[in-house]
Design a protein. Sequence first.
Length: 202
Amino acid sequence: MSPVLGNLQEVVSIFTDGGTVMMALAVVAFLLYTTATASLYFVMRGNLNSRQKSEWRGWVARPEEAQGRVGEIIRYAVYGKRLSIKRVQRRFDEVREILILSVDRRLIIIATLVAAAPMTGLLGTVGGMLDMFDGLAAGGGKQSMAMIASGMKEALFTTLTGLVIALPGMFMALVIRGRRNRIDVTLAQLQSTIVTTKFRNV
């Protein structure tokens, strides 16, 4: 038997020994990691950072040369002939609502799923303990010991699985929050650059 096939059988064995709660944990894990991965891609995509800050003034003066997501924001913010500081500020508020609030909503979902994973595992722990008590109540013998062992496996596997699901999700949420804060700072710096470049004499 190949090592890969052996590991796969071990995973399937753990999944079946964990009882029906493992199915709920699988759903939580799927929702958590798809949401977290999509959020990571969203906050890391493009050039919404300060790496090209030295080029911003030139891009504000010539918006058609601006690149990436920063370029899209500059072109939107300075579009139109009757431009004012209030209009630029209003457009940046709209951009923040689209970008920052979108990330915040996803972070709420991720935090909820991270909290749900160990709680779901705890539900399996309670179910496993009840199975163990049923085995103890049944008296001695092989059947009783099998029920106790099965209940103990369910209690341990579901708790472990819930924690294993939650911990990486927690770290992913921290990375997403850090990138979200950097985007917010970048937007504030970009707004300030546009205002000081376009309205230098105001």
